[in-house]
Write a protein that binds this ligand. Structure first.
Ligand SMILES: [Fe+2]
Ligand SMILES: [Fe+2]
Length: 315
């Protein structure tokens, strides 16, 4: 039995709006910033190529770790849904998604469940966190880490979510032999890597790490948020590896984005990690196998200059 899951990071569809009702509070700041930065940096017209490549690999699962939008506007969600529609049609029930902070942009977006209104079909069941058995003994936990403090955005693990995870685990007659967590925010960041390090951005997440350590099974934490692809061995949980899928459509230093994403493949007891990316000049696609780094070690998987672009806040 083999399983292939592809992990795609921050897409950040954007739309510059001129509706004054959209220009209130945080969204005004976000849109001003967007006009200056995002429109130049996120090459959304390349989404079709990315989605086509993902489909061509015929994966078992396609896992999106959030930040589909920039300011959680309906038109941005509609662009994202339209972009992934070929995958949703072809792989029903196998395209899964969690929200990022930009999909929960304002308190109103959280209250009105704007994300769920558009992406509800990409969550098994009706509640967070979700639990899905990808294959015999391999479970995926989907966590909504998105919250808003009104101006800046960060993540927070709710105590009720942690309780749900523990209760789910305790109720399983047969314990998993491996786990994957899908959550926009990482619970730990590699030291000295982030350009604008704002400190830990997934608040109250330590108990989740304690839980994963207690399970003692190989665990993979699939996240985005920091717009730079990497693997990172948890310095505190020996059985945990972080997979940061980065931002596939983000242009770096004027260069065409490489549309990269990650792959997690299992075959029996073996687990293989790989990165996919497009050559910026020839547009040829490559798949490169990568080794999970040991605890505390960081593996840069981003082609081009080593500039780590931190997401968060209104950026
Ligand atoms: Fe992001
Ligand atoms: Fe983010």
């Amino acid at each position: 039995m083999a399983l292939t899951a592809l992990h795609i990071g921050d897409l950040h569809f954007w739309k510059i709006t001129f509706n004054p009702m959209h220009y209130l509070g945080k969204r005004l700041l976000g849109n001003s910033n967007l006009i200056l930065r995002r429109a130049r940096k996120f090459q959304k017209h390349l989404a079709g190529e990315l989605i086509e490549r993902i489909g061509a690999l015929d994966p078992d699962y396609i896992l999106f770790s959030g930040d589909f939008t920039t300011t959680a506007l309906r038109c941005e969600f509609e662009q994202a849904i339209a972009a992934i529609k070929p995958l949703a049609d072809r792989f029903p029930g196998r395209v899964l998604a969690v929200p990022g902070n930009h999909d929960r942009y304002t308190r109103r977006d959280i209250r009105r469940l704007t994300f769920e209104g558009h992406f509800g079909a990409h969550r098994p069941g009706e509640t967070w966190p979700f639990f899905l058995q990808l294959e015999q003994g391999f479970w995926l936990i989907g966590i909504d880490g998105g919250t808003s403090n009104g101006l800046q955005a960060y993540g927070r693990l709710k105590a009720t979510d942690l309780a749900a995870i523990r209760s789910w685990w305790d109720g399983l007659a047969e314990k998993p032999r491996r786990l994957a967590v899908l959550c926009h925010f990482p619970a730990e960041d590699p030291a000295g890597v982030l350009k604008h390090d704002r400190g830990p951005q997934f608040h109250d997440s330590r108990p989740l790490l304690d839980f994963l350590a207690e399970t003692a099974v190989p665990a993979f934490y699939l996240h985005g948020h920091h717009h730079h692809r990497w693997l990172y061995g948890s310095p505190t949980v020996p059985n945990l590896t972080y997979l940061n899928a980065g931002a596939p459509m983000l242009r770096r230093e004027g260069k065409r984005p490489d549309l990269g994403f990650l792959e997690l493949r299992t075959e029996g007891e073996a687990i293989e990690l790989a990165v996919h990316y497009q050559d910026m000049r020839t547009l040829e696609w490559s798949r490169k196998r990568v080794e999970a780094p040991r605890g505390g070690a960081y593996l840069n998987l981003q082609n081009g200059p080593e500039v780590q672009d931190a997401d968060g806040g209104i950026a």
